[in-house]
Design a protein around this ligand. Sequence first.
Ligand SMILES: [Zn+2]
Length: 386
Amino acid sequence: MSIDDKVRKTLPELGVTGAAGVEALFSDVRIAMTEERVALVSHGAASESERDKLCKDLRDRWLARKNGLLSCIDENWLKKSPKELKPFVGRHFNSLRQESATLEIAALAKDVPVQAQASGVGEVHSTFTTVSHITREVPSDLTLPGNRRPLGSIHPVMQMQREIEEIFLNLGFRIESGPEIESTYYNFDALNIPESHPSRDDWDTLYIDSKTVLRTHTSPVQIRSMERYGAPLHIIIPGKCYRHDSPDASHSPMFHQIEGLAIDSDITFADLKGTLDFFAKKLFGEKIRTRFQPSFFPFTEPSGEVSISCIFCGGEGCRVCKESGWIEVMGCGMVHPQVLHNGGIDPEKYTGWAFGLGIDRFAMMKYDINDIQLFFQSDVRFLQQF
Ligand SMILES: [Zn+2]
């Protein structure tokens, strides 16, 4: 089946039911897109006006708002995608859309050579059918070295984030996001941390002005989501956070957090324990055990700290776990009734739990990296290993 036919069918009609099928489909699209561009570039044009026409035809074939191949993909694959595949299809579609910038007319015209004379180049191509005709032609000299550019890869912190997201998406959670420049109301007050509260000093906050901060955690998005969607609510919130920390092996002024929030009419601490235990086993293996110890956070009551059995020694005691057999990995608790109230949710009717963890720290654990700075130095020798 040609690409043109495929993009006019929905995923179920194409028999695609899983991530692997989606991946293969998008890979076909990428190959077709690249081949058509390469064919045009290596074929060249007889004159400037012919070049402009060919570039416009190829651009419209892929990017035209109406009936362009990308619009068809949006319409038939993404919008009509089965719910569970949607985040995955969306991600692929977004990167495809970014890559398709090379098909804009200006970007094409720059690469398509114009021959001084039309002779030997071939007939004048004037309609779209001839564009698809030249795509089937063999490029003129196959022995010429190509312009291969090194491919990038997904950053280890992003890989970790996606792995965590995947687990919670499968549990029925949704991904939410919010602004990194945040008001003190959402960053502190609404989370039960009033200005006079001593714990406000626990966050080494970067202030923009007296009412605006770089968010110190992803928690403000909890309040924003409660306000927007109400209860019940099952979300995870990944994102960048900022604190006034001097960079060293375990601190960075910019870091990544992910937190989860579940609000419903009969949520208990047992749900929290069960969910986080399941999560830890999915991420680090079935043998992992979890331990909950009491702690304090202003926005949860009761609050807890979660440790997992050491993934390096299996709990026997080693250098990493300081011989304790446990590694503390996240904070959690039942959402404080005042916080529910601040988010516009009736604490008499609903309860909820929340947790938060550092994605960078999880990536350091998983890949056995001892310096957080390595993540942010953009050293290709380091990043190539992932
Ligand atoms: Zn250990």
